[in-house]
Design a protein around this ligand. Sequence first.
Ligand code: ZN
Ligand code: ZN
Length: 414
Amino acid sequence: MPRALLVILDGCADRPVKELGNKTPLEVAIKPAIDRLTADGSCGLMDVISPGIRPGSDVAHLAIFGYDPYKYYPGRGPLEALGAGIPLNPGDVAFRANVATVNDELIVVDRRGGRYIGADEAREIEEIINNEVLPILKSKYGIDAIYKQTVEHRGVLVLRGAVSPNVSDTDPHVVGARVAEARALSEDAKVTASYVNEFTRLVYEKLSRARFNDKRRREGKVPINMVLLRGAGSLRKFEPLSSKYKIKPAIIAGVALIRGIGVALGMEAINVENYVGSKDDDFNSAFHAAAEALKNHDFVFLHVKPTDSMSHDGDARGKVMIIERVDAGLRRFIEEAPGDTYIFITCDHATPITVRDHTGDPVPFMAWGPDVMRDEVTKFSERDCARGFWNRIKGIDVMNIIANYLGAIEKFGE
Ligand code: ZN
Ligand code: ZN
């Protein structure tokens, strides 16, 4: 069976940039490898969700992987967990968490615990919750749980077992209000709600007595004695990529959230050194790893982050440079990959330099392979791809198009 590489250039599609002579970064970048594939292959434009809809990277990737985000978007809690590297199974319930300061009547004094939380304090908070709070709840409710502090005052709580995401927030969302009681929003959520309320009480009791709070008080800082929960959600039951498209998939992504989504959908994560979603990412190593991975997988997904980051920073030249460095990596891939490999390149959304945020513009799409139709387009860009064979596709079509070339999925009908 042939194999395929799908490259997502995050936020790479753009609009004309004055500084670049009213061209886009893709039009200006010197990218012989990508353009050679484009000339030998076929391209088009893609509406990631629908024309004009501005997607977040999470929603966009769900669509591109073939899962309708209007049905499968799990909410922010689960995505925070995936972004924190906590593996999630369908049915697990994840909450976003804030460490906070409350008075002895549980009135919220500071929703972010004074905002600045040291790394030592974060570790201590995790230890207290994981070692002193969650085991008590486990013995009473039989629910497994894990708590992780993510960035600054933010964290994530994941529950595993007979749990329901239909519980209201304990975060009152305003200062001066009491920590809210979690309410069951459906009949099956009663146990989860009482679990959460007991969590609130235990966290207050244990954190209030924590040593790091004595130190904070001495330093004149507010204590951190509460964890506020919101945005409960869980992954819906879904057919994993492997059975949906009859492929053995792998993912290379420096960004934890994207890698987490891939792993949740059944892809094997491949770690690459110096590939963490930053501007210094080593694309040569990432593409080399992709070529290696195709020896024992038939589908490899490679995510390129800094094209998006450069746009958020408004750095047009920097974005051009990233595209050129990706091109050099791809050149290496073409030399190393097995001969029967198809290559697909597209973006998860546009992030125009002029906007510095995601927009709902269509993005270029390119397909190349042994028997892919060759069209007249010779350059991979927003304008050029508009004249291609694929015309206008949607994000949700991408995996079907790939699986169609790989030839593994069953016919629809006889
Ligand atoms: Zn993105
Ligand atoms: Zn972005």
